[in-house]
Write a protein that binds this ligand. Structure first.
Ligand SMILES: Cc1ncc(COP(=O)(O)O)c(C=O)c1O
Ligand SMILES: N[C@@H](CCCC[NH3+])C(=O)O
Length: 434
């Protein structure tokens, strides 16, 4: 059996994560349960930073908190010296409440509201990544009213198609994000922001998509942007001091996935940027990146209690668990694939192939199709690997299922970092008619 992330088999023969027995975790905290190995997250964070240090390039590695935002996670990002990418007032609020240094927070989003922008400006945020002309006007008015100066990046769409699921592509021309680099929109945006006295235009941002396994796309994007940078230096005497190349580094969800290491990805990216800027006699900008999934995705697993099963003769057997699309919507949304084992007998011989269903009232609520498993018993716990990114953060209360708890494990110890929702929590915003 291949184990994912930092899971292993312990001396009881159970699946362990960060040296903590997953069956003990399920007993102590209940199921479904998200569990993160903190050491794994730290190692990834250090790996990203090392790639920049080795190439002697000034950088910021910003954790894209949309992957998993919770106070403890933000504090961990701070401990590792990461910066932070937020995309909403809610993510910003969480970061502020976690005590994250605001000057290292970058604010993204294709439709930031006036209230969100005001909150960001008032907080003294490090940088706002401007996405569209509407936002330029909104932010300009807010800064002038508050007499505030703000660092900005312009998000550009370089017209690059990355190889990933259509729904998580973002760098192509037909995208809701950013200013198009090729049709003159980005240049018009640059002219506009350079004229705003309250803006300090740090540079440019692009993000071509998510769960990407190769550097071809980002290298092409960097080339297109750097060529524009040269043009804009000549035409407007504008030299970018920051180039943010986004996130999107892929992880290994299943045996078929073969991502390159973050270190290799970043090293190749930096070599290309250095080469191109030297070629065009441009100053090497600070390089920022925004990994989300690759910092937390394979650090996390979800534990479920198995429940009912249904045999469809000659077709398949469904095995239901006590969660589903409410705690992991990715299979339903992107046909995302996952691997799983029975955590109490991960090494036992395979007996049958079953399809793992969730408990929501939807036929599409399937977590894994055709999973080989040993003989299944009522007390079995299913562990699904690599659920650390876009699991809890995309969790919902469909069918009024309470969202699961989140536990961090490190050095053999477990800590509850997000409580399980209760039925009381589910109705706390409801107002009775009588
Ligand atoms: C602008 C931006 N930055 C960073 C990310 C993080 O992506 P990932 O979690 O794939 O690293 C995303 C999500 O795709 C994004 O849209
Ligand atoms: N939520 C997506 C990624 C989108 C990232 C945001 N641009 C996923 O689960 O893969």
């Amino acid at each position: 059996m291949y184990t994912y992330g930092s899971t292993s088999i312990n001396n009881k023969g159970n699946l362990a994560i960060g040296d903590v027995d997953t069956i003990d975790l399920a007993k102590q905290f209940g199921t479904p349960l998200y569990v993160y190995d903190v050491a794994f997250i730290r190692e990834r964070a250090r790996g990203f930073k090392l790639a920049f240090e080795d190439q002697k390039v000034k950088s910021q590695v910003a954790y894209a908190s949309k992957a998993f935002s919770a106070i403890a996670m933000i504090q961990l990002a701070e401990e590792e010296g990461l910066s932070l990418d937020v995309v909403s007032g809610g993510e910003l609020y969480t970061a502020i409440k976690a005590g994250f240094p605001v000057e290292r927070i970058h604010f993204h989003g294709n439709n930031k509201s006036k209230q969100e922008l005001e909150m960001a400006v008032e907080s003294g945020i490090g940088c706002i990544v401007i996405d569209n002309f509407y936002e330029i006007e909104l932010l300009k008015a807010i800064c002038s009213e508050k007499n505030a100066t703000i660092n900005i990046l312009l998000r550009v769409t370089p017209g690059v198609e990355a190889h990933t699921h259509d729904y998580i592509l973002t760098g192509q021309e037909d995208s809701k994000f950013g200013f198009d680099l090729q049709n003159g929109q980005a240049e018009e945006a640059l002219r506009t922001v350079l004229d705003v006295k309250n803006f300090v235009v740090l540079g440019l941002h692009c993000h071509i998509g998510s769960q990407i396994f190769e550097t071809t796309g980002v290298l092409l994007a960097a080339k297109k942007i750097i060529e524009q940078m040269l043009h804009w230096k000549n035409k407007y005497s504008f030299e970018a001091t920051v180039l943010n190349l986004g996130g999107g580094f892929g992880i290994r969800y299943t045996k078929e996935d073969e991502p390159i290491s973050p270190y290799q990805y970043v090293s190749e990216m930096l070599k290309e940027v250095k080469k191109l800027t030297e070629q065009h006699s441009l100053k090497l900008p600070e390089i920022w990146i925004e990994p989300g999934r690759s910092l937390v995705g394979d650090a996390g697993i979800t534990l479920y209690q198995v429940g009912s099963s249904k045999e469809v003769p000659r077709v398949r057997k469904y095995l239901a668990v006590d969660g589903g699309m409410s705690d992991n919507i990715r299979p339903a949304l992107y046909q995302a694939k996952y691997e799983a084992v029975l955590a109490n007998k991960p090494l036992e011989k395979v007996k049958e192939v079953v399809s793992i269903a969730g408990k929501c009232c939807e036929s599409g609520d399937m977590l894994i199709w055709d999973l080989p498993l040993p003989e299944i018993d009522d007390e079995d716990i299913l562990a699904v690997f690599c659920t650390g990114a876009y699991g809890y953060s995309m969790a919902n209360n469909y069918n009024r299922l309470p969202r699961p708890a989140v536990v961090f494990v490190e050095n053999g110890k477990s800590t509850l970092v997000v409580k399980r929702e209760s039925y009381e929590d589910l109705i706390k915003l409801d107002l009775p008619l009588y």
